[in-house]
Design a protein around this ligand. Structure first.
Ligand code: KIV
Length: 274
């Protein structure tokens, strides 16, 4: 069944949990889509897990469109959400133009942008342009230079109140879902109960209406930092390395390729080549 922004709202009403994973390429998106995952986020985490940057700040609109296109080509049912990169929505005009590019050129069904009340005008304008928007509050990685690193947010009364206010403002601005990243579970529960649109948690506990993880993290494909909130569902990194080492050994010892991996030529044609 095709998932849309309306599906998300219906699922929250029915008390059904929403599953979301990131993907950045055709093959992975196709695998994820075949597993009933409701949504695929082409996150700007792309910068770290695919492009090798130390954070998400260098990711461009061109990067996001390129990878969103690859993902949408592999997806039939999941709602594909394109992430708006750093500096692509600093004003309303840029926000609408760039959100439009993720939909028209990338083929996404919705966009996500980071920030609460401060981006409410942008959210409103994008929704006015008939583009569904997902908000993102808490640890918003595009703000690491303000936060001073990847730190849990909303831990004191003032910060927690601001996040509740941000969530309500985003709902009022027309967002159809909000990602809650790295905030205390009790605060995530309060926010989830305070709004009628679904919350999608990452490091925000089990009370959120849905969960999202970076796929390389949950299958241990990414060898860098592993956050506390990530559960390892498989160690694919280990399996890949075993395969790469076996290949290296067989190539160097002449074991691979075998007869069954080779193509043949007509014997008469071959004889004429000598
Ligand atoms: O870029 C991303 O992958 C994200 C998720 C971590 C929510 O924003």
């Amino acid at each position: 069944m095709k998932n849309t922004s309306a599906t998300f709202i219906e699922m929250k009403k029915r008390g059904e949990k929403i599953s979301m994973l990131t993907a950045y390429d055709y093959s992975t998106a196709k695998l994820i889509d075949s597993c009933n995952i409701n949504s695929i986020l082409v996150g700007d985490s792309l910068g770290m897990v695919c492009l090798g940057y130390k954070d998400t700040l260098a990711v461009t609109m061109e990067d996001m469109i390129h990878h969103t296109k690859a993902v949408t080509r592999g997806v039939e049912n999941a709602l594909v959400i394109g992430d708006m990169p750093f500096m692509s929505y600093t004003n309303v005009e840029d926000a609408v133009k760039n959100a439009g590019r993720l939909i028209k050129e990338g083929g996404a069904g919705a966009v996500k942008l980071e920030g609460g009340a401060k981006v409410a005008k942008q959210v409103e304008a994008i929704v006015d342009a008939q583009i569904p928007v997902v908000g993102h509050i808490g640890l918003t990685p595009q703000s690491i230079n303000i936060f001073g690193g990847f730190k849990v947010q909303g831990k004191n009364e003032e910060a927690a109140k601001q996040l509740i206010e941000d969530a309500k403002t985003l709902e009022k601005a027309g967002a159809f879902a909000i990602v809650l990243e790295c905030i205390p579970r009790d605060l995530a529960e309060l926010i989830t109960n305070a709004i009628s649109i679904p919350t999608i948690g990452i490091g925000a506990g089990e009370c959120c209406d849905g969960q999202v993880l970076v796929y390389q993290d949950m299958i241990s494909m990414f060898q860098g930092f592993k956050p506390k909130f990530v559960k390892e569902y498989a160690n694919v990194g280990e399996i890949m390395m075993e395969a790469f080492k076996a290949y290296d050994k067989e190539v160097k010892s002449g074991v691979f390729p075998e007869e069954k991996h080779c193509f043949s030529i007509d014997a008469a044609a071959l004889a004429k080549l000598y």
